[in-house]
Design a protein. Structure first.
Length: 182
């Protein structure tokens, strides 16, 4: 996982350079200090998914290009067979699998997320668009703003992700489908 984070960090610096942005310009666009942004480019650790989506939009690339270094090629449809999704580990205890990584110019991002229980305090994230989560296995505690909701297999939630939010597994590993639309 650490190697994957360093590759993401290197791609961020490379794409920023190709697009002609300075560290200060990107940091300002993201509402961050230049030192904080440089931590992302140097280590790749703890980059919120919302920041990666925002960077993809600023640079005009698909988020999978940042995460994997490969550009999607298909525009009519794409099929991702069982076991062939594109996996990304960005945070300890979280595993994301892109379910449409081959499709270019996506306006939504379907991801299968597997989470391990974790007792530590989670930092809320926020991002533009809309988000839908459907719990496939286990139990997920989701916080949207000040509301905490316990969702079990078969439950779903649709919400405004500009409101700070987080999800975590409760009582064992959990898996949920998330679809993020811009």
């Amino acid at each position: 996982m650490q190697d994957n984070m360093k590759q993401i960090a290197a791609r961020l610096g490379e794409i920023r350079g190709v697009c002609g942005y300075s560290v200060e310009e990107i940091a300002e666009r993201l509402g961050l200090g230049p030192a904080r942004y440089m931590e992302y480019e140097e280590s790749g650790n703890d980059i919120p998914i919302s920041v990666l989506y925002e960077l993809a939009n600023v640079y005009g690339v698909d988020i999978m290009e940042i995460l994997t270094g490969k550009s999607p090629k298909l525009s009519n449809y794409c099929v991702v067979k069982k076991g062939q999704s594109r996996g990304v580990d960005r945070y300890p205890g979280y595993h994301f699998e892109s379910l449409a990584y081959k499709f270019k110019r996506r306006i939504m991002e379907p991801l299968m997320v597997t989470v391990e229980p974790d007792e530590k305090e989670l930092s809320p994230v926020k991002h533009p668009g809309q988000e839908f989560n459907f719990v496939v296995e286990g139990t997920v505690l989701i916080c949207v703003g000040d509301e905490e909701l316990l969702l079990e297999a078969g439950d779903s939630i649709y919400f405004d992700p500009t409101i700070p939010h987080w999800q975590k597994a409760v009582g064992g590993p959990a898996k949920f489908l998330t679809v993020i639309a811009e």
